[in-house]
Design a protein around this ligand. Structure first.
Ligand SMILES: [Zn+2]
Length: 314
């Protein structure tokens, strides 16, 4: 942010569908435990899935079963159930309901698509060998304040991150992780980036190293009641290295979807998990000034003579 960075200018009549990662979400049931409070798991899981769909744009369908069930020694788990030789195609993400993690309270954000509970947004930039990127993104609460419990949105984002590549069950896991890191090689973008993996007593783990520059990344960390960790560049690149994702939205630029139209208006859905993006419109390319449309979702554009223009910038 800071510098003006024109990202998308679209004549709406020319808008076509682009390749996409589709995460099919299947609620597998289970009862919510008493140490998980607030909203509901489905909303949180949907918002977390939406953020990953924003980050990766390759054509692929991933079915994720999610629900409440006993999980041993942790609040959440991911299991790869099936793959197509290169990528996971079906997985299961479970959130603990046998209170084995009862020493902590977990908070289900009733409004997981927004971050109004948090006071400040942070980005950490680094060059991992393939060019400067935002390695990690997070929100934190105001000094001295806490959420009602550890942020389940962060947990869901982390577990879905495992399903997109960083998984011990991934068909390429053994070959890729043997040297303790994931290397990004051409033709992937940000080639020559290297992402070190964390180790434990048994060897290499499916997490990013907690040391700089990946410390603080979603796939390195865990949930807290004072922060929300978002999908960052290191998380996207690590999964790209494993699953060969090539269409990456490292900046998490919002996607626009046309939700409806009339002869005089066009209705747009858009969601930006990071602050700073502005949606603007004008009714003709010549002359008129761009008008900000505010942060409302959906946004409505007024058309003149059946046409209108909009753009996103940060
Ligand atoms: Zn993990």
């Amino acid at each position: 942010m800071g510098k003006i960075d024109w990202v998308i200018v679209i004549l709406f009549l020319a808008a076509t569908s682009s390749p996409a990662l589709t995460i099919v979400r299947q609620f597998a049931g289970g009862e919510q435990p008493t140490n998980a409070i607030g909203g509901n798991l489905a909303d949180v899981f949907n918002a977390a899935s939406d953020m990953w769909e924003l980050a990766i744009h390759d054509d692929h369908v991933l079915v994720l079963e999610f629900g409440w069930a006993p999980v041993v020694g942790s609040f959440s788990s991911h299991t790869l159930l099936d793959h197509d030789g290169a990528r996971e195609t079906r997985g299961r993400i479970l959130f603990d309901n046998d209170l084995s993690a009862a020493h902590m309270t977990f908070w289900l954000d009733p409004t997981p698509w927004s971050a109004e509970e948090f006071a400040s947004y942070h980005e950490r930039r680094a060059d991992l060998g393939g060019g400067d990127i935002v390695v990690a993104r997070s929100w934190s609460t105001a000094p001295g304040t806490r959420l009602l419990g550890a942020d389940v949105m962060t947990v869901a984002l982390h577990e879905i991150g495992h399903s997109l590549g960083l998984s011990l069950g991934h068909p390429r896991w053994r070959a890729e992780s043997a040297d303790g890191s994931i290397e990004i090689v051409p033709p992937l973008p940000y080639a020559r980036s290297v992402l070190d993996l964390a180790t434990n007593l048994y060897g290499v783990t499916s997490h990013l190293s907690g040391n700089p520059p990946t410390g603080g990344a979603l796939m390195a960390g865990s949930a807290s009641d004072q922060a929300r960790t978002l999908v960052g560049g290191a998380d996207i690149l690590a999964n790209a290295g494993m699953s060969r994702w090539t269409n990456l939205n490292i900046s998490l630029a919002p996607c626009l979807r046309i939700a409806g139209s009339s002869p005089d208006t066009l209705t747009l859905h858009w969601w930006s998990p990071v602050p700073g993006w502005v949606l603007e419109s004008k009714s003709s390319l010549a002359g008129d000034a761009w008008q900000p449309l505010g942060s409302g979702n959906p946004a409505t554009i007024t058309l003149k003579g059946g046409s209108g223009f909009f753009r996103l910038r940060d």
